[in-house]
Design a protein around this ligand. Structure first.
Ligand code: HPA
Ligand code: ZN
Length: 326
């Protein structure tokens, strides 16, 4: 079996997937029709043709527009179910989904609609596909910390449906320190903590996520290559980094997959994992990321196995399950 074939076949966890980023253009159009939403694109092809991004913000503008078709609980369920079927096909056995409630509540969609639709899909994923799925509520960092606190309060009646909180959206100009209070409150509540940092932002944002937010994982984190002290710290603590190679390529964080720092991060002993981020927008789901990265970087079979094991080491699963999977 070649390393790429192994990457395809090996059981794995996906830990960095924005469920709104799994909305394929076909589903966006189907939901728009079902809900009577008028889209600013004439066709699926016209929408897909707009997927030419120059940076994170150019993507986020289209990503938030795509999410505008989500209105009813069934819409959230259908979106997540479509993702779970693809995850299953890629031998993903466990997944942790980010969702962005503020993208929906600011349009008048109730928090209950969002969480109950996603949660019901998670239950069915386990029951019907054998894929375990957890939810992570993300705060939009371009909005205020007060807005994040209000979002947390609105979500607390559904506390049993999500395992943790994250921080996403426009990174530059919105450092982790802006969210220190809300993360402290989430820590008191026993929630798992993650944050996007070091995607477009500097290593300093990763230090803030570690020291001020006290995160259990960092999402992306590719900027750590610029800071040898940070590399040493991450190797020592094995604080996981959920890396998204095709996202980095599509958002021009790297110019060529062959230049992606994932192998250097592995060589340095970091707990890095491979993930799809926003698969409907960035050209592929888990196995497309895993296979293309394996081929572009010439990863060995052992490195592929390490990446899969890292995904279970980094997952928010209990020790018994981790032992079985690793
Ligand atoms: N970065 C930040 N915010 C996001 C992303 C991302 O890659 N995808 C969806 N929201
Ligand atoms: Zn992301």
């Amino acid at each position: 079996m070649t390393p790429a074939e192994l990457a395809r076949a090996i059981p794995k966890a996906e830990l960095h997937i924005h469920i709104e980023g799994s909305l394929e253009p076909e589903l966006i159009f189907a939901l728009a029709k079902r809900n009577g939403v008028v889209l600013p694109y004439a066709s699926v092809e016209a929408l897909r043709a707009a997927y030419a991004f120059t940076d994170l913000q150019s993507f986020l503008d289209i990503y938030y527009a795509g999410a505008s078709v989500l209105l009813k609980e069934a819409d959230f369920y259908d979106m997540a179910w479509a993702y779970f079927e693809r995850a299953k096909a890629d031998n993903v056995v466990h997944t942790e989904l980010f969702f962005d409630p503020q993208t929906h509540t600011t349009r008048g969609v109730p928090m209950a609609t969002v969480i109950q639709g996603l949660s019901r899909a998670c239950l069915d994923a386990k029951e019907k596909l054998g894929v375990s799925a957890l939810l992570i509520l993300c705060f939009l960092r371009h909005l205020s910390e007060d807005d994040a606190i209000a979002t947390l309060e609105a979500a607390l009646p559904y506390r049993e449906h999500f395992i943790g909180v994250g921080l996403d959206s426009s990174e530059l100009g919105h450092p982790p320190e802006k969210f220190e209070r809300v993360f402290a409150r989430c820590r008191e509540l026993g929630l798992k903590l993650v944050a996007h940092a070091g995607e477009e932002g500097p290593p300093e944002y990763m230090w803030q996520a570690i020291d001020l937010l006290k995160v259990h994982r960092i999402d992306h984190g590719v900027a750590c290559l610029q800071d040898p002290l940070l590399m040493a710290e991450l190797a020592h603590t094995r604080l996981p980094l959920t890396v998204c190679p095709l996202s980095n390529l599509k958002l021009c964080v790297v110019n060529d997959l062959r230049d992606h720092p994932l192998k250097k991060m592995l060589d340095a002993g970091l707990c890095v994992t491979v993930n799809s981020d926003d698969p409907a927008y960035f050209g592929g789901y888990m196995n497309t990321n895993f296979v293309q990265t394996t081929e572009a970087l010439g990863l060995s079979r052992d490195e592929v196995i390490t990446l899969a094991r890292n995904s279970f080491e980094a997952a928010f699963i209990d020790a018994d399950r981790r032992q079985v999977l690793m």
